[in-house]
Design a protein. Sequence first.
Length: 149
Amino acid sequence: MLARGFQIVTTWADKDVRLPERSTAYSAGYDIAAAETIIIPAKGTAVVPTGIKAYMLPDEVLQVYARSSLSKKKGLMLANSVGIIDGDYYNNADNEGHIQLHVYNFSEIPVTLAKGERFCQGVFQKFLVVDAEPPVTQVRKGGHGSTGY
């Protein structure tokens, strides 16, 4: 049984996508790269496709953070600060669990993220639920924002 890891999304299988890797033995995060070259407009946002999806155990989450050099070298940050990839996002019917990250350019000039450039890092973590939680019956049917809130 597979516990956690990354796979290439089917529609990106022939596009030379890089699977995330840790840079050192003590790195907590797996470096995530852009799957295609994207230009983020000055003071604007763009969605950066990664071409990957992540699977994990039922009590785990993948948290995605900007690499520490992203703001200093590029003037970029994740638009929502931290991306949360839930376990049931994997293989969802809408986009197969394709991890696409919203990036904000706070600089005064357009910024290019090149295909294959590492810009974020993903950290797998356990999570806890509260005592006496009512039964959760909603099932994810799609991708971004699909839980209806």
